[in-house]
Write a protein that binds this ligand. Structure first.
Ligand SMILES: [Zn+2]
Length: 101
């Protein structure tokens, strides 16, 4: 049973939400995320599957590939400056992203 990061209370299943995630080759996929509610303080938390990082639109496999240098903006079909900036931001957050796992 997961516990609340705020108060240490038990988290109970509340409902599920769908989220759109970007994958390689410009495809998108829908994933189901479970929402959990703390019985102690009542805050909501999302249970993230292994394939996702928090607050990122792209799936974890893509982000990890970029961090490890296996994926470049050409591989992924990124061809504009915005996407290069996105990847640069991931690299800047590398420590934080890898710690999450
Ligand atoms: Zn709580």
């Amino acid at each position: 049973m997961p516990i609340c990061p705020k108060c240490g209370g038990d988290l109970k299943h509340y409902d599920s939400v769908r989220r759109i995630v970007r994958t390689k080759a410009r495809r998108t996929t829908r994933v189901k995320l479970r929402r959990l509610r703390c019985v102690g303080c009542g805050t909501f938390h999302r249970a993230l599957p292994d394939t996702l990082f928090p607050h990122k639109q792209y799936e974890a496999e893509v982000i990890r590939g970029v961090l490890e240098g296996l994926i470049t903006y050409e591989t992924i079909g990124f061809e504009d400056y915005t996407c290069e900036m996105t990847m640069a931001r991931w690299k800047a957050q590398k420590e934080q992203l890898l710690l999450w796992r």
